[in-house]
Design a protein around this ligand. Structure first.
Ligand code: SAM
Ligand code: SF4
Length: 481
């Protein structure tokens, strides 16, 4: 199996699911995760629910009884990866059968939702297909597989899966480290013409405040210091607040900032249309809200933004960036870009290059447009040739890399707070996280994982910073020259 895997180690069951009685903890599950942070979060929650069924995790498919592939459908390459992984699993399953051993293979995530039983037709090695809205039914689905059924569970469930997914055991949370994801919002009603999310994740839903706060408090009790709130459109989150008023993401962040133990907050991914005043003010008022915002613009050309149905112009985006920077001057931006959307001319592409120059990004993700079946973009005329897409992507990426490198270099000589996350490769070395998400390599002096320490940056690696510990006190997220 290749890249992007998560390792999750459930120890014991906790939660509300009914599960098979007295199952010994002898079966092993290997979960392979493709795609975004939400898939990482979902894989953890699936692992938590399988712990209740007696499955302990393993880092390799070789000794697993169950292999679950959590898929991404956002670009074509992502689903190709699924079918090549399934080809390897078919060989493994055949070899096992000769030894009289079993292997159960499941496919979860957005490809599961989009392709459903097409997956079992194309890859008969698959025993189970489960869409993102039905993860809480995974144990029951597996029980049916054990009865010899081939199961496809992709109907949108009427019940809220978050009410039914078991919380992780405290040891499990601890083993996952001092940073954690919490999904607060799922799905999307924006229907950008290039994007499959509204079809695979369904329409927008927001988790209730009390449920989110409870999950955050449990994570804090287990030692988590940094929370990243997740949503396909996270800043569209809304719900009834503790005061009976309708809250947006800004109000939710103010509430989460009160939880003892939580020292850092982040959220991803935001849509420019949903950045309201309260959310922008939260960046001004909450030092624990990290000064790093992922705010995709996709294109700098108004003509292409209209064709993409983004519902904002390049000028709207630039005005928004000004407001955010006025609220928090040290904020750094990251973004997503698509090159070669149908009809994109050289002039449109130049507008994208210009918006990148105008904003200056600290980091960014850029992609060639990939037509997704069932989305309006796929049926548009004037698709751009691959060679042209390649050329534009290369030019855009070289500009973005220059900006990223300049941002990294600008931090040399500055002091900042660093959250220590794990041991480094050399003795006495630790790896922490800067306010802007870069790994920071530091020699420590009695500091422990979970501590936030003051660090002066002395050099940079390709994607990391190298720092030395400072003994003075720290203040979250700000830098001093
Ligand atoms: N909700 C976010 C937003 O509105 O920007 C983005 C979510 S999407 C999961 C992540 C990124 O994948 C998008 O921002 C876009 O740049 C990229 N993406 C989505 N569909 C794509 C496609 N068909 N081809 C290429 N890139 C795509
Ligand atoms: Fe996809 Fe984001 Fe557009 Fe929703 S807002 S359709 S998730 S790109």
């Amino acid at each position: 199996m290749d890249d992007i895997s998560i390792t999750s180690k459930p120890d014991e069951a906790s939660g509300t699911l009914t599960h098979s009685p007295a199952l010994p903890n002898t079966r092993k599950v290997y979960v392979k995760t493709y795609g975004c942070q939400m898939n990482v979060y979902d894989s953890q929650r699936m692992t938590d629910s399988l712990a209740a069924e007696g499955y302990s995790p393993t880092d390799t498919a070789d000794d697993a009884d169950l292999v679950l592939i959590n898929t991404c459908h956002i670009r074509e390459k992502a689903s190709e990866k699924l079918y090549s992984a399934l080809g390897r699993l078919r060989k493994m399953k055949d070899a096992r059968a000769k030894e009289g051993r079993e292997l159960t293979v499941g496919v979860a995530g957005c490809v599961a939702q989009a392709e459903g039983d097409e997956i079992t037709r194309r890859a008969p090695v698959v025993d189970l297909v489960v869409g993102p809205q039905t993860y809480h039914r995974l144990p029951q689905a597996l029980a049916r597989v054990r009865q010899g059924e081939r199961v496809v569970e992709t109907e949108y469930a009427i019940e809220d899966k978050f009410d039914h997914l078991p919380a992780p055991a405290i040891e499990q949370t601890r083993s996952r480290g001092v940073t954690a994801f919490v999904t607060v919002q799922e799905g999307c009603d924006k229907f950008c013409t290039f994007c499959v999310v509204p079809y695979t994740r369904g329409s927008e839903i927001s988790r209730p405040v009390a449920q989110i706060v409870r999950e955050a408090e449990k994570l804090a009790e287990a030692g988590v210091r940094e929370l990243t709130l997740l949503g396909q459109n996270v800043n569209a989150w809304h719900g009834e607040g503790a005061d009976g008023r309708e809250w947006g993401l800004g109000e939710l962040l103010y509430r989460l900032a009160e939880i003892p133990g939580i020292a850092r907050l982040r959220y991803v991914t935001s849509h420019p249309r949903d950045m309201d005043d309260t959310l922008i003010n939260a960046h001004r008022d909450l030092p624990m809200l990290m000064p790093y915002l992922h705010l995709p613009v996709q294109s700098g050309s108004d003509r292409i933004l209209k064709a993409m149905n983004r519902k904002h112009s390049g000028a709207d985006y630039l005005r928004l960036i000004d407001r955010i920077r006025s609220a928090r001057s040290d904020i750094a931006l990251s973004g997503d870009f698509i090159v070669g959307f149908p009809g994109e001319t050289e002039e449109d592409f130049e507008a994208t290059m210009q918006i990148v120059r105008d904003v200056t990004y600290a980091a960014a993700y850029s992609f060639k447009y990939s037509p997704r079946p069932g989305t309006p973009g796929a049926d548009m005329e004037n698709h751009v040739e691959e060679a042209v897409k390649d050329d534009r992507l290369q030019r855009l990426q070289s500009l973005l890399s220059e900006q990223q490198y300049a941002f990294q270099r600008s931090l040399i000589g500055k002091s900042m707070d660093v959250l220590i996350e794990k041991a480094g490769r050399l003795p006495g070395q630790m790896v922490g996280r800067s306010p802007w998400l870069q790994p920071v390599i530091i020699d420590v002096h009695g500091d422990r994982i979970g501590d936030i320490i003051h660090v002066r940056i002395i050099d940079t690696g390709t994607n990391s910073l190298i720092g030395v510990r400072e003994m003075n006190s720290a203040s979250n997220g700000t830098i001093t020259g």
